[in-house]
Write a protein that binds this ligand. Sequence first.
Ligand code: SF4
Ligand code: SF4
Length: 388
Amino acid sequence: MEAIMKQKQPMKGKLFAAILVLQLAALIFLIYTFINCPNRNRQCPIKKANAGVEIVDNNKATVYFTDDISPAGLQKVLEPFLSRLEGNVGVKVHFGDDGNKYYVKPDIYKDIILNLKGTFIETNVLYRGRRRVTETHIQLAKEHGFGYAPIDIIDAEGETVIPYKGKHFDKVYTGSHLDRYNSLLVISHFKGHGNAGFGGAIKNVGMGLAAIPGKMAMHADSNPLTNPARCIKCGKCTTVCPVDAITLNQLVIDQTKCIACGKCVGVCPTGALRIPWGKTGENGFLERLTDYAKAITTGRKMIYVNFLTDISQDCDCMSSARKPFIKDIGILVSDDILAIDTASCDLVNKAYGKADTFLHVCDVSGRYALDYGQQIGLGNKYYKLITK
Ligand code: SF4
Ligand code: SF4
């Protein structure tokens, strides 16, 4: 019996040593993985909520590129992602404002949208024009060639709130119809923008899918400005104001009541109520825009297409956008919003021969949004470009 006990003790010791070695190996592996993750101070793309990011070559996101600007070229670069567009597919586009010549013409993606049975989705805008009101917004979209698929102005029946923990917001506002869609295809025209430097996927999602209170919150640091001389006393603003902050006799907004929701600005037909544009600093605006993109994309199936064509220094919301300042570059596709906008910026810089083209042509860099987006885990700005 004593002999058996003596034999068992060395076996126990060996087992203990083996477990110790295994635990040590696991610890070394974890430390190695942590050190080699380029985003270890941020949200590692492997773990990010918008699952499906194709990680190749040291945790870089994949961006596909073609210079074949045609339906066949688009089909080629979009092919790897098409199967991910499941269920009810919302297609976020920009219809182009009245008179704008450079928005992406919808014929180039017509077959793809029809095959997907997609619905074009948009939100009403803050400023005056036909895109402010649902009926005229849809009418304009049809005039611009988008009538071949259903059109849904997702905030036509109001907004929905998404809780969000961020630097600027604890909630964001999008259209109440957004939850009708199981996956989103975001088609963006990459070009300049007066406030954001460049307008690509981040702006198309952050601003383009925000309901009016969200648009207001991103643009403004304070309540609307009034111009009583322009007021025709139509009463539209008092009807929509949720806190009865507006008095029409002299057109006054009670600053103690106003919650800066922007609804009054959205309905005023004369410009008597305006957003205090320009008070928000450049980086503050970019952070808010990027926060909105993060809140809206988190947990959704998203695929992005950027058209680097007709690259004007002005947004598609400008009726008289200036002529493109460089020749067409191509089409990019990715499932990473940060990677596709970073790649788009880099390609424009390469074509234009400047390190920061939009700082040169728009006086606003916009690149801060890419760094801030990386910080808050919007996506991965480190990408691998694959030419198809
Ligand atoms: S911004 Fe909103 S709360 Fe303020 S006056 Fe206009 S509608 Fe009312
Ligand atoms: S919506 Fe504009 S024009 Fe009409 S009452 Fe209000 S401020 Fe005046």
